[in-house]
Each structure stands twice: as structure tokens, then as C-alpha cells.
Design a protein around this ligand. Structure first.
Ligand SMILES: [Zn+2]
Length: 261
């Protein structure tokens, strides 16, 4: 029998007609899906007999085809646009929040976070200030991982178990800090499916990009073609290592008008 595996999808803000995005640079918008496209993807999940799960449920690797749905950053659109669509198609999701963004224009406020939590969605943590964690000295790393966890726990009134890395950047110290903080999992932006053999402290996720066709979406859920995305990702990471995060970002900004959510 084949080993159970599950692809974790990574979404960000959703685009709604007439609503300005939290950021407008090309590299950000690349990660933003119009709500109708997202709705089509969730409809595909239900119509294909799949389950759309949050991180906690996905890691129990239930029988039958399933995909894990995650959102980074904590845009307000996750409550006003994503949550109703998820409920419509019987899906759940994990929302990784950047603690320091809460209450800022375009992002969830603490009351809205409690509402998402009360609706039965899973709340996770995406750092305090969205800093790239592999660059940080120990005290700042602690603030991004430990203090952010406590802040979100204060808001929802219960434990937060799941963490995701801003811009997909992390190192061994990041994972160790997350483990010591009491997180049960860390999600990265590495393009691989997860299975019981994968470390819960290094879960792969696939970024959902604007312009992905429904056919490509189905293939992604099935884990097909991930090696191509992984190869492109490895090339980017090689360039990052070679240049360092800051120089790499400057280069991206020059070439693409880019920043990573
Ligand atoms: Zn992010």
C-alpha cells in the first residue's frame, strides 16, 4: 500500500472586487488569488470527494484523499472572504497570524481572530513582525517565535500549536526555538508533500499563485509536478545563500518589483 501523504497548500490574502490589497508590489500580488478563483478550488475539493483539512487534522493522515489548507499573514480577507467559502464547501483551514500586524489596516483585529477561532478554524502563528528568522540574533528570534505565540494565545485564550516561517526563511535555530516554545509543528515553504515520515518541525507547503489553472490545482493536490516547483525553489534558495537575504531581496526588487509575503 502506498504511504499516506498530504499536500499542504499555502494561501495569503484574497482579492475582493473594490477592496485594496494590503500591499501592491508585483511580488506580493503574485501570491494573491481573487476570491472567485479560491472558491473554484474549494468547489473542486468537494466535488472531487476530497477533504480540505487544517494542519492538526491533516497530520492524522485520515483515510481518503485530503489536502491541507493554510493561510499566512492574517489579512482581514481570511475572515470576510475565505472563511465563508471554506464553510460552504465543508473545508477547514489553519490561519497563521503575524501577531504584530493584528489591528493594522487590512489585517484582522483581535475580535475577528476570536471569531475565526469560534467558527472552528485553527489559529496558528506566523511570527511577531514578519522578519526573516534565519537572519536574527537570539533575543529577536525569541520575540518573533515565543512572544508572538504568547500574544496570540492571549487573544484566543488557548494554546497555539502551529507555526509558519515568514518568507519561508528558517534555520536550525528557528526550528529549535519553535520546539522549545511549545509549538507542535513548523510549516516552511518547501515544495514537498508531507507524510508520517516527515518531521513535524519542517512541514512542506506549496504556495498558491495567482494564475494557477484548476487543472494545475488538481495536479498540485495530488502531489504531481511538485519536483518542478522544488527545483525552481532550490535555485532561488541557492541564490539566497550565495547573496544573503538582504542582497537577494534587493535583486528581486530590482528584477520583479518583488517582496515575499
Ligand atoms: Zn508571510
Amino acid at each position: 500500500m502506498a504511504t499516506k501523504s498530504c499536500v499542504f497548500l499555502m494561501y495569503h490574502e484574497l482579492e475582493l472586487p473594490g477592496r485594496p490589497l494590503c500591499q501592491s508590489v508585483a511580488g506580493y500580488v503574485r501570491y494573491i488569488l481573487p476570491v472567485e478563483i479560491f472558491r473554484g478550488q474549494m468547489a473542486w475539493i468537494e466535488e472531487s470527494g476530497w477533504q480540505g483539512l487544517n494542519v492538526g487534522a491533516a497530520l492524522r493522515y485520515p483515510d481518503g484523499p485530503s489536502v491541507c489548507i493554510t493561510f499566512d499573514d492574517g489579512s482581514e480577507t481570511v475572515l470576510i472572504a475565505a472563511a465563508p467559502v471554506l464553510r460552504e464547501f465543508g473545508c477547514n483551514a489553519t490561519f497563521y497570524l503575524t501577531a504584530g500586524f493584528l489591528g493594522q489596516p487590512g489585517y484582522l483585529n483581535p475580535g475577528q481572530v476570536r471569531e475565526l477561532d469560534a467558527q472552528g478554524f485553527e489559529i496558528g502563528c506566523h511570527s511577531m513582525t514578519h522578519a526573516y528568522l534565519s537572519d536574527l540574533p537570539e533575543p529577536e528570534l525569541k520575540r518573533e517565535v515565543v512572544d508572538a505565540k504568547l500574544e496570540i494565545e492571549q487573544i484566543v485564550g488557548h494554546r497555539i500549536e502551529h507555526f509558519s516561517c515568514p518568507g519561508g526563511r528558517y534555520d536550525r535555530r528557528t526550528l529549535e526555538m519553535a520546539r522549545r516554545a511549545g509549538f507542535a509543528t513548523v510549516a516552511t515553504s518547501q515544495f514537498h508533500a508531507n507524510s508520517p515520515g516527515v518531521s513535524p518541525y519542517e512541514l512542506g507547503r506549496v504556495a498558491m499563485l495567482r494564475g494557477l489553472s484548476l487543472e494545475e490545482f488538481g495536479a498540485t493536490c495530488q502531489g504531481r509536478g511538485l519536483w518542478k516547483k522544488r527545483l525552481a525553489h532550490e535555485l532561488r534558495r541557492g541564490a539566497q545563500r550565495l547573496l544573503g537575504n538582504r542582497a537577494y531581496d534587493r535583486l528581486r526588487a530590482v528584477l520583479l518589483g518583488d517582496s515575499q509575503p
